[in-house]
Design a binder for this molecule. Structure first.
Ligand SMILES: [Zn+2]
Length: 198
């Protein structure tokens, strides 16, 4: 009995059990509670038009992608783009879409493409890196605004050094992030120009 009791204490002292943030290995042993945050196409329970129709000769997937990139160029936010994509899908593509669920065991005609699934594809699929970059900028901006809201001591009116330091760190990191993005943008433009000339 003493041994058992000691074991319980050891377990309690152990750090929380951690799971992969993005697992590259097949599931072995203990089941994970959360899967990878990838596109819904990787989730058997959800339909994703872009994942399902990406390799078909149908041009609608390509046209949809072009439209998404145009909205990104216009500086539209993630949820605005997702809603626009969903409207196009519902109005023009859903009627002709078929989802072969579970490797074709179940056929779903005119499947629903949920906003959350669209957002996941836009954010996590490597074909829309620019959307993820815009998301990173939004995270930085939100962080800066939130941090700036809590800097001054309400009683004394003096600046809280710790809070100010944290705010300045986020601002500096955001500036570095923007510089990197500018360099990357220039690089992309150079590649595009070369391709246009070639
Ligand atoms: Zn997808």
């Amino acid at each position: 009995m003493e041994g058992e009791a000691a074991e319980v204490v050891v377990d309690a002292e152990e750090a929380a059990e951690l799971e992969p943030i993005y697992s590259a290995l097949a599931d072995r042993g203990a089941p994970r509670r959360r899967g990878n945050i990838g596109c819904s196409g990787s989730k058997k329970s959800e339909f994703c038009y872009l994942c399902n129709y990406v390799d078909t000769p149908d041009a609608s997937g390509t046209l949809l992608k072009d439209h998404i990139l145009t909205l990104v160029d216009q500086g539209k936010e993630l949820h605005f783009i997702a809603k626009a994509v969903q409207a196009i899908y519902d109005n023009e593509l859903r009627e002709f879409s078929v989802w072969e669920k579970e490797g074709g065991k179940t056929i779903v005609e005119k499947p629903e493409w949920k906003t959350s699934s669209i957002v996941r594809h836009l954010l996590m699929s490597s074909e829309f890196e620019v959307i993820f970059e815009a998301y990173q900028s939004q995270v930085f901006k939100s962080m800066i605004v939130r941090q700036a809201e809590r800097v001054v001591d309400m009683d004394s009116g003096s600046v809280d050094e710790g809070a100010a330091k944290a705010l300045m760190t986020t601002m500096r990191n955001f500036d570095e992030h923007k510089s990197r993005m500018r360099l990357l943008g220039n690089k992309r433009r150079r590649v595009d120009t070369k391709q246009d000339l070639g």
